[in-house]
Design a protein around this ligand. Structure first.
Ligand SMILES: Nc1ncnc2c1ncn2[C@@H]1O[C@H](COP(=O)(O)OP(=O)(O)O)[C@@H](O)[C@H]1O
Ligand SMILES: [Mg+2]
Length: 244
């Protein structure tokens, strides 16, 4: 449903995306991993239609109607208006800008928040609760593409796990099409169908998540996996599993 062909994005002298070709298919979760500065957020903005490529092709196919995209940012404290009630925050993407109570309660229930949160303000909530509000808002208008940019990296580790479990549950229940930007390879392997690895703006590897986890081919992906596992010798990581 989303295709990029030879996508290139240049900011001044910085090449943020360089010859990136990939597709996101209906119902899949594609994780985009890579270190800071590798072009992940740029790719996310392109997929959301927020920025035009310098060159190459960005194509959306399928839905026919206008694109309904939704976005979950890294830090909910930055992306949620602290002065609005949660009710208004969540209702914002709805066509009318307001939702009846049943819709808003269902949106909160989907992210395991109590209905009384509707009348609170984001600033009164914990970081994890705020990110749940952000996810509820993203899903309320039933987007055909959900893009999450580092949705857990601003949260405490225990809360990160809760949000990842929530995302996996929503993904299974709703058949969402989503792009998860993260530098967390284990989270990507656990949550996504496929993983795309960006390195300095180039797509260096893409494939089924478990294949990439079990047998990364690009040295950069091997290094990411080794770092995630605390392994000082990335080349050896295969020997510890599956070997007779
Ligand atoms: N709006 C922009 N203006 C100038 N440079 C940018 C802009 N957005 C991103 N960049 C540069 O492009 C590169 C990729 O950035 P980004 O997509 O944010 O990477 P990531 O999300 O992987 O950390 C970086 O070198 C960054 O400084
Ligand atoms: Mg980024």
């Amino acid at each position: 449903m989303i295709e990029l062909e030879a996508a290139r994005m240049v900011y001044g002298r910085t090449v943020a995306l360089d010859d990136v070709s990939l597709a996101v298919t209906e119902g899949e979760c594609l994780a985009v991993i890579g270190e800071s500065g590798s072009g992940k957020s740029t790719l996310a903005r392109v997929m959301l239609g927020q920025e035009q490529l310098t060159s190459g092709v960005f194509r959306r196919t399928g839905s026919g109607g206008p694109a309904r995209t939704a976005y979950v940012a890294q830090d909910p404290a930055d992306s949620l208006n602290p002065r609005m009630s949660v009710r208004r925050v969540i209702a914002e993407p709805l066509p009318s800008g307001r939702g009846d109570d049943a819709v808003l309660r269902a949106a909160l229930e989907a992210v395991a928040l109590d209905p009384h949160v509707l009348d609170r303000r984001p600033g009164d909530l914990s970081g994890g609760q705020q990110q749940r509000v952000s996810i509820a808002r993203a899903l309320v208008a039933e987007p055909d593409l959900l893009v999450l940019d580092e949705p857990t990296s601003a949260l405490d580790p225990s809360v990160q796990a809760q949000i990842l479990r929530l995302l996996r549950k929503l993904r299974t229940e709703r058949g969402l099409t989503s792009v998860l930007v993260t530098h967390d390879l284990p989270a990507a392997a656990w949550l996504a169908d496929r993983i795309a690895v960006l390195h300095r703006g180039r797509l260096v590897e893409i494939g089924p998540a478990l294949d990439i986890w079990n047998a990364p081919t690009h040295p950069y992906t091997k290094a990411l996996l080794a770092a995630a596992l605390g392994d000082p010798v990335p080349e050896n990581h295969h020997d510890s599993e599956g070997a007779p």
